[in-house]
Design a protein around this ligand. Structure first.
Ligand SMILES: [Zn+2]
Length: 95
């Protein structure tokens, strides 16, 4: 089953919009394929990723948004946890 990545995604009572741009993003000197900006409620994805990777990156950024909007602001920054949850979600839903 393919994951359709929505243009807007509800996270609780907030709406995040999904944007695409080519190339990697640099955050704190780390290269990444996506960003989750909680201030603007914007999820940005590297449009140059293969489709399977794009889905995984979307779920990764969505997991960041879910943690933030559910009040887990320290866990929001825990990349290992976010990676683990989003990888399991991807495997559960789309493999
Ligand atoms: Zn992350």
């Amino acid at each position: 089953m393919k994951l359709r990545i929505p243009r807007d995604v509800k996270v609780g009572d907030k709406v995040y919009t999904v944007h695409y741009s080519p190339g990697e993003f640099i955050v704190d000197k780390d290269r990444c394929h996506g960003l989750c900006d909680t201030a603007t409620r914007r999820i940005s994805l590297n449009s140059e990723q293969p489709p399977d990777m794009l889905q995984l990156t979307f779920l990764h950024e969505l997991t960041h948004a879910i943690l933030w909007e559910s009040g887990h602001k320290r866990l929001f920054r825990n990349e290992a946890l976010v990676d683990h949850i989003s990888t399991l979600l991807h495997g559960a839903l789309f493999k």
